[in-house]
Design a protein around this ligand. Sequence first.
Ligand SMILES: *[C@@H]1O[C@H](CO)[C@@H](O)[C@H](O)[C@H]1NC(C)=O
Length: 162
Amino acid sequence: MMKCLYLVSVVFHVAAGCELVKKTAVEEVTVFTGESVVLPCVCTDIQNKPQGLKWAFYRNNHAQEIYPKQTGHYRNRVKLVSNNSPGNLSLLISHLTEEDQGNYRCFVQADSRDLRLSVKGRRKISTHWRKTDTKPPSKKPQSKTTHSPPASSSTTLEQERT
Ligand SMILES: *[C@@H]1O[C@H](CO)[C@@H](O)[C@H](O)[C@H]1NC(C)=O
């Protein structure tokens, strides 16, 4: 049985090269500004080195190649994080801004895979942290009134936009 499976898989590679995992599903990824993200894209066989890999970014019906050609504001911000697995085509994007929000597509040969990236401002999460954060009473910051109340109006705006 194992031998048979192995043979099938060898024949398959010769014929098809890299077939992407979950190529029909759109994966949703949410991150915060300033962070980095790994957009997953892998061949069914992680040892398979694919030909003609390309990543593109889509926003407002405009397509932009971001890998291997790093264009626009993606220059020097993207790289592959294969970790010695030639079939791992996942793309690392660092220093995210809200401009990076949109759709991403990984292309290999005839296959492609879609991801949707949401980039959120940091304000919302720091507001939540402040609620649960218990500050040690000994540590008293000398500035009493410098930190303004959380901008609740802009937080609401952000939620409405999404
Ligand atoms: C591909 O690489 C990324 C980044 O190193 C890692 O998080 C992910 O688990 C890898 N995927 C597979 C299927 O090995």
